[in-house]
Design a protein around this ligand. Sequence first.
Ligand code: AVJ
Length: 327
Amino acid sequence: PEAESAAVPVAAQALAEQSVFDEITQGLLQQPATISPKFFYDQLGSELFESITRLPEYYPTRTEHAVMQQHAAEIAAAVGQGRTLIELGAGNCEKARALCRTLAPACFVGVDISADFLQGAVARMREEFPHMDVRAVGADMTRGVTLPANLPRTGRLVFYPGSSIGNFDPPHALMLLEQMRELVDGEGEPGADGGLLIGIDLPKEVEVLEAAYDDAAGVTAAFNLNVLTHVNRLIGSNFDPAQWRHLAFFNTLHSRIEMHLQAMSPLQVRWPGGGVRDFAAGECIHTENSYKYTLPAFTDLLARAGFSRARAWTDPRDWFAVVHAQP
Ligand code: AVJ
């Protein structure tokens, strides 16, 4: 029986590794090649992202923080006390920690793809809030989130800050919002007193947008290039990051920042199983989209996902919105 119970997680892990291998190699063979932005976040990538959030050019994190601080009392009154707070893409849990000080949730569930990074953050949450029920879930939310059993039967607040929803194109964002709508409901429980608190980066001057994704210190470039090192580790490929350069620009037609890695000379990349991809000089791998939604466009998306009520708070320049959405 012991060997049997051990075999299950091993098999599950092998399956997960196979699907990661398939997902990455399929993307590399596409025209143009793509790597999903979720692969930015290995340990170093998560640390580089933390550095990005402190850059002078990268306004989203500090603007969202200012909106949350400025309107803390109203936001707390709108979402209610004693909830089960579920943060998607929790990372270092810094935002949830600030929210917990005003919301006093009964329970906190941090969900992140970078499970090891999350463990440390969740341990610090337990220290600061010894009376709160704190859980960590290492999961890729694009594959669906299974919450721990036996969560308190209180209203659920799904928290998805940082404008991470911007990483998904509108049809995919809609699917994720629908999934969040289901998380709010729980197992057959009415989600009426639950909701979603979500951060949205708004359209603004192109110069401001582009500087935020191509900073002078080169931290975003290092973050983008690090995905190649992570992919090498995940699939055994032989990318040489020194042969690639970081590109970031605003695509007005799609209202999104695009990040790419551009081959500086003709390159060949190989991986186990006979995989190979040739890149011409100047050819790109598309690594990220970061959509900038207007509030009406985003409210429309929310409504289509089953959140009929929405209230938004913004900063004085209307650069970033924090939206509370309810069924
Ligand atoms: C974490 C997805 C919100 O799109 O602004 C930052 C990621 N990429 N700089 C964003 C990111 C480059 C970030 N999100």
